[in-house]
Design a binder for this molecule. Sequence first.
Ligand code: ADP
Ligand code: MG
Length: 336
Amino acid sequence: MHKLEELDPREKKVLVRVDWNVTIGKTLQIVDDTRIRRTIPTLRWLKTRGVRQVTILAHLGKTGEEQSLMEVARYAEKLFGQPIKFWQTLEQCQSDTESRVKMLENLRMWEGEDKNEPGFAEQLASMGEVYVNEAFGEAHRESASIVGIPQLLPGYAGINLEQEVATIRKVVDNPERPLVVIMGGAKVDDKIKLLDMMSHKADVLLIGGKLANEFGQRGIELTGKAKIVVPVEGYDLLDIGEETQQIFHDEIAQAKTVIWNGPMGKVEEDYRAGTQAVYEALIRNKRAFTVVGGGDTLAAIREEKQLERIDFVSTGGGAMLKLIERGTLPGIEALR
Ligand code: ADP
Ligand code: MG
């Protein structure tokens, strides 16, 4: 993986893939801006080193939902302190050679993105001379903007992407033990496969959220040696109960390393007590190195306004879990 410091961006046109896939609240406010904030150092780094033009590439929401990134661009330019010229069509964006910083509309509005169509990757690549991946949360997808472009242009890892990869590899390969892994949330099919692998790496595996419901209903057995802890209240829960919260708390209190992904309950409908209890257990254990990831997990605990008290906040949910599982990601391999 080539690092950003290997790049001399002076007078170059640089494509930067960011992960600004943030949760947009009911009144369109951005619920959690961590993903945007964490890309700013790379953008500033390029700017202070005399880059000619930056083209920002990003996506928002699921394929088919076609939400606009315009509001996100407006928000990001305030954090960046630099105007971002926003273009809705590829043609407009391609022909803008003047703007210092420009941005294309939600990549998922083009079919070629998810399908990694070579023609689409070429269109994107035509806007730059080098490529920077600062989208850790998307580095597990083989899309045009993640793996297609770096086949056509020299590719570099953004500052945040590099730090995320290094930190996650360290806590998984060489954690201070006991390692307690907490998994929840709803992406059940993705996560159930990972649970087994986690049962080999962790000392204790705490399972909550919808994941725990399915885990119990399907009667899944894990092959690793980890101690497996599931909610005592049953398998049709909207949140973990008080007794489970206490059990999880006591396990977390013993840990030297904690990895957490996925809310413990249906947080959007105010089933938040379990997630809050886990969060409090994490920050109460001052000896442990704590790592938390996942879009919905961060949005849920962001409201506690104490995200700083977590040692490392990963901007990737699926990407973090895949990196733990495989030790690498397609987007990382593409930067060789
Ligand atoms: P992350 O984005 O942090 O990786 P997921 O996307 O896997 O997490 O899951 C987040 C979703 O899981 C939230 O929308 C939350 O409401 C839902 N969820 C968690 N527990 C439950 C539950 N017990 N019942 C229904 N939904 C749940
Ligand atoms: Mg999610």
